[in-house]
Design a protein around this ligand. Structure first.
Ligand code: BGC
Length: 353
């Protein structure tokens, strides 16, 4: 197991970003940059032992510094949407950037995906890791309190990518940290993901309004195209004329894993790609997972090795608290207060069929 560092380019602010190459096994490696805490590459084997890079991304920091749909990034302070870019906390109203139609998305104009994190390589018996730290100052993107965050990636020799998030604050603030990797188990340049077979261990999802804000309902998936409790191809029902699929332009919804938010590890998803036999299992302590299947990808992002990322060429499983929780009293709370520790964990486990 090894970890090496190399320069990854200069940020628009003139700082040098680094790329860390983590090898947990000859057929299980990752590249992570301290810019945005971004997972740039992840190599995993197919059923014949052939490895491929299975996450979408760019060749150097310039792609990530420009506008892009959060490829591989750590998203914060608040992953997903906050209605109208506003919330009230302890009687005080806070205004955030409206960077997604009328709503706030993924932490604002300059979210954690654009921060240069401090990186520290780690090693343990069964894994290589990278500890990333970042302090978001009071008032950052409109959020209250100085928020000190740590995100630790571990790549294990049993082919699991573990991500652990912690944060502490000196004033109450909403926090919802996630990783926004786009997977394609055929390879990042493997075309559309519609034949990937998905299982989602969720019997409810949070339906949305026209601007993708949850209505507050936890709707049973039973009898809808959102029922992935038994494996189904992502593309099998995606073009059904159903209000929620029309609003999301496909799947772009939060699924309910644990409405009581007990912080237990549960399996969120399993994805199998039939051609290569690659399998991804997702486990998390989070109460929800946003299943987004790259509906907004349109070929305008040219990524690693010149790969063009077209419509639905990648899918995301963003483990998270529910969207718009700061405005939805019935959803599990995302408020972190001084003296408390925000702590969540997500594991992406890679196998073959
Ligand atoms: C959102 C999508 C959005 C994508 C990229 C996902 O988390 O749900 O609506 O297009 O991120 O920003």
């Amino acid at each position: 197991m090894t970890i090496h560092k190399r320069p990854f380019g200069t940020t628009p602010e003139g700082a040098v970003a680094d790329l860390y190459l983590l090898a947990a096994a000859s057929d299980f490696k990752a590249a992570i940059t301290n810019y945005g805490g971004i997972l740039v590459s992840l190599w995993a084997p197919d059923r014949n032992g052939k490895t491929a890079d299975i996450v979408l991304g760019f060749d150097d920091v310039s792609g990530y510094a420009a506008k892009h749909p959060y490829f591989g990034a750590i998203v914060g302070r608040y992953g997903n949407r906050i209605a109208g870019g506003q919330f009230t906390l302890d009687g005080k109203m806070y205004s955030l950037a409206q960077n997604d139609g009328p709503n706030h998305l993924h932490g604002g104009v300059r979210g954690f995906d654009k921060a240069l994190w401090t990186a520290e390589p780690l090693i343990r018996d069964d894994a290589v890791g990278l500890k990333l730290t970042h302090t978001s100052p009071n008032g950052d993107e409109g959020y209250p309190g100085n928020l000190s965050c740590t995100v630790t990636y571990w790549l294990t020799n049993t082919k699991t990518l573990e991500i652990e998030y912690t944060a502490v604050t000196d004033a109450p603030t909403p926090v919802n940290l996630t990783n926004h990797s786009y997977f394609n188990l055929k390879g990042h340049n493997g075309g559309d993901i519609l034949t990937h077979e998905l299982t989602l261990f969720a019997d409810r999802f949070t339906p949305v309004d026209e601007t993708l804000i949850p209505t507050g309902e936890l709707r049973p998936v039973e009898g809808t195209p959102f029922d992935f409790r038994t494996a189904a191809a992502i593309g099998a029902r995606i073009n059904t004329e159903e209000e929620q699929l029309v609003r999301g332009k496909g799947y772009d919804h939060n699924f309910v894993l644990d409405a009581d938010a007990k912080g237990r590890f549960v399996q969120a998803a399993r994805v199998r790609e039939p051609q290569t036999g690659r399998v991804l299992e997702v486990y998390t302590t989070e109460p929800g997972v946003q299943f987004y299947c790259g509906n907004f990808l349109d070929g305008s992002n040219v990524g690693k090795g010149g790969a063009v990322y077209n419509h639905r060429n990648g899918f995301c499983l963003e483990t998270q608290h529910f969207p718009d929780s700061p405005n939805q009293a019935t959803f599990p709370s995302t408020v972190l207060r001084p003296g408390q520790m925000h702590h969540t964990q997500t594991h992406f486990r890679f196998l073959t069929d």
